[in-house]
Design a protein around this ligand. Sequence first.
Ligand code: ATP
Ligand code: CA
Ligand code: CA
Length: 437
Amino acid sequence: RVLVGTKVDETHANWVTAYNMLTGIRVAVSRTNAKLDRPLTDADFDVKQKSTFDIAGNELVPSAKYDFKFKDYAPWVFRHLRTLFRLDPADYLMSLTGKYILSELGSPGKSGSFFYFSRDYKYIIKTIHHAEHKFLRKILKDYYQHVKDNPNTLLSQFYGLHRVKMPYGKKIHFVVMNNLFPPHRDIHQTFDLKGSTVGRDYREDDLENNPRATLKDLNWLRRKRNIELGLQKKQLFLEQLYKDVRLLQRLQIMDYSLLVGIHDLQRGNEENLRDKTLRVFNPGGSGNTSEDFEPHSVLMRTPSKLESQRKARELRQMIQSEKPVPMGQTSSRMPDELEEGQNRPGFIFNQDDGGFRATHEDNSPGEEIYYLGVIDCLTHYGIIKKIEHFWKGLSSDRSQISALPPHEYGERFISFISSMAMSQEEAIRVAQERDAA
Ligand code: ATP
Ligand code: CA
Ligand code: CA
């Protein structure tokens, strides 16, 4: 699949950063995966593994194009998380580092995070703030336990937590996570929903320029939309959502949203790749103008076919054997086989073409596939309070910024989503009952 967008070569400002991120991931992940599996210990949650890369390389770290430092956090925990999320280790590394191609969306939201997509769109690298990074490390044990107990969790799936630092550069923290949206399906509408109405509106006028913009709560309500799941699927969805939100409440997290991608089966995949790129590179955040979301790819050096075949062999050997194997040995597995792999098999909310198909109350299938997940779940209440405190010093209009405490945030979130998951019939019944009472 070809990435469309403005191709940027080695002179692009973030080329070196992206290259170093991928090199670090490749070396760190294959180092951990090369060892025999073992159960986790408490100490695994606090591990930081530091590597120094340079042009010369040494027996621990291969030579790299640039000088940089890389830190891999809790590598064994993330190895186990990737197993729980049923990622194939070779597939993971191939998607991210088989070819050094990422697509970048500059800094889209007010948070200042950058998003990069692996070339096959399966994975997202998101740069995160130091506070979010520290917080993820702090809650990692709870998160891990939750994933173990809830294989179908709707929360963002974290596959790795890392840091790169270039000489004289800032420390850049980042996570690798799942792309909720499938590489092979057009998403016709995207909603980022929090259950709040304050400031939760994408200007409908701007939709003309940017038809695939991420819409918000007020746009959802204005469209009188619902997600139609039928009784059984709806119960599965809401029960999982409750459990996930309970965790977020307990960990004092807020500001998360339910990301909803809708594929309309009747429209199918009619749109071209350019649209698809706009769809994928469409994080919400501050602005409403299409320029804010204009994607541009960072096209990194694309190795020749032979080169990538060799790389794939080496990767597989590193992963299968205890020790890294010298280059140039043969393997029966070809990279094309490595690159295949079904889109998230065995998970409830990915059972229908990677998503969850609409179902009517009589159990007949609907014409939409929903792609659902809870994202942006690393904001601790303490951080929000600090920001709010800062703004309150500057402005008297508190209503615009007033953040709900985590418990209330979660309750409001759940009640909004429960009502959006009502079928039309159900909504009418509820309204009639209310009027009768
Ligand atoms: P802010 O804090 O300003 O909301 P942020 O930088 O923390 O922004 P997110 O809220 O995590 O960013 O994501 C912004 C947008 O990026 C989402 O609305 C969604 O469109 C897209 N996005 C984020 N995570 C994913 C994901 N896992 N899969 C698909 N799209 C995603
Ligand atoms: Ca957000
Ligand atoms: Ca955020």
